[in-house]
Ligand binder design. Structure first.
Ligand SMILES: *Cc1c(COP(=O)(O)O)cnc(C)c1O
Length: 370
């Protein structure tokens, strides 16, 4: 066997060129680095209320069963989701976070000869899953930080196999109208799989009707992805799902690991679906927090991108990285988004009123010193 000096040379080309996803800084890491306590994290669009009581109780009740493999089909959770959305169980794919669904779609549909289309400033996982399978990502310039659906349609050619749309998008928070997405789907060739990423669906649907489930009837090439990580406060358990035609779900099921959802995740997600009180409190805290943060930005003379999610990206008119680091020194973790080609913005996840206040106070002090 030949010896190699560089194990990187052994990796497939797409993986060699990958830049790993940079997650929000964990609180424990900053505690270790700075010896600070009372750190707040407004960096990963997590639920500031924490998980709901029903989800926690379901986890506790399931603990004695942990020696057993989980239900690999996720039957009970799929039943609950099917009931909620009036879909068939065979239209649902469960994922280890909705990120896994994005990855399953890329693995099932892309090859190094094929392309995936997504927007500039779109969620960072789309280029990662595309490149990991050696396919080419085609980035379509954004308009006012939002997806330009006409330009995305124009970027579709015979090599295109997937289009990723985030609605609303992270980290911009920009929202496409339901009518514009419906028009896009009608114009998209049937040979292209459309991934409609609705990770923030719950935050939008409290304010306006979302029709995407209806579109599944007309578009067998559509998959909608949603998650328990944001509104339901279960990011640590990793549960997301795809809603699609039975055919598309069958394809994803072939590449899915048999036990991709752990036992606690399955029961907690199912319980969370029935916890309306927690969801309502989450929506209330989010809408109040959004007003609190944007009023704070306004008072500081800063502009922000209007957001339909549980986060907001603010334009600091100076490199965000420096302000991010100054905020860390004050025990506040937010998200710099230079990797999204937005070097002057920081993305702030909406926290509790007290967390938002602590962040605004720290930001005010930092901006006064430059
Ligand atoms: C947070 C997020 C996801 C997925 O999160 P999971 O925890 O993997 O479910 C997907 N898409 C967007 C746009 C997100 O912001």
């Amino acid at each position: 066997m030949n010896k190699t000096n560089n194990v990187y040379d052994l990796a497939v080309a797409g993986v060699r060129q990958l830049v790993p996803y940079k997650a929000g800084k964990p609180i424990t890491e900053l505690e270790r680095e700075l010896g600070l306590s009372h750190i707040i994290k407004l960096a990963s669009n997590e639920n500031p209320l924490g998980p709901g009581k029903k989800a926690l109780a379901a986890c506790s009740a399931a603990l004695p069963e942990l020696a057993l493999y989980p239900d690999g089909s996720g039957y009970a959770l799929k039943q609950a989701l099917a009931g909620k959305y009036a879909l068939d169980v065979d239209q649902i794919t469960l994922g280890n976070g909705s990120n896994e669904i994005l990855e399953l779609v890329a693995r099932a549909f892309l090859t190094p000869e094929l392309e995936a289309v997504f927007s500039q400033h779109a969620f960072a996982v789309y280029p990662i899953v595309t490149q990991a399978v050696g396919a080419t990502g085609v980035v379509v310039p954004a308009v006012n930080y939002g997806h330009d659906l006409d330009a995305m349609l124009a970027a579709v050619n015979e090599k295109t196999r997937i289009v990723f749309i985030a609605n609303p998008n992270n980290p911009t928070g920009t929202l496409l109208s339901q009518a514009s997405v419906a028009r896009f789907l009608a114009a998209l060739p049937e040979t292209v799989v459309c991934v409609l990423d609705e990770a923030y669906f719950e935050f939008v649907s409290v304010n306006e009707p979302i029709n995407s489930i209806d579109w599944l009837k007309s578009f067998p090439n559509l998959i909608i992805t949603r998650t328990f990580s944001k509104a339901y406060g279960l990011a640590g358990l990793r549960v997301g799902y795809g809603l699609s035609s039975p055919q598309l779900a069958d394809i994803l099921n072939r590449v899915r690991q048999p036990f991709n959802n752990n036992a606690l995740a399955l029961v907690a997600a199912e319980a969370a679906l029935g916890d309306f009180e927690h969801l309502q409190q989450t929506m209330a805290i989010n809408s109040h927090g959004m007003v609190q943060l944007t009023q704070g930005f306004k008072a500081l003379g800063l502009e922000w991108i209007p957001s339909a999610g549980n986060f907001v990206s603010v334009d600091l008119k100076q490199p965000g990285q420096a302000v991010f680091e100054a905020l860390l020194q004050k025990g506040v973790i937010v998200r710099p988004i230079g990797v999204y080609e937005m070097p002057n913005h920081l993305r702030i996840s909406i926290g509790t009123a007290q967390e938002n206040q602590q962040f605004l106070q720290a930001l005010t002090e930092i901006l006064a010193n430059v």
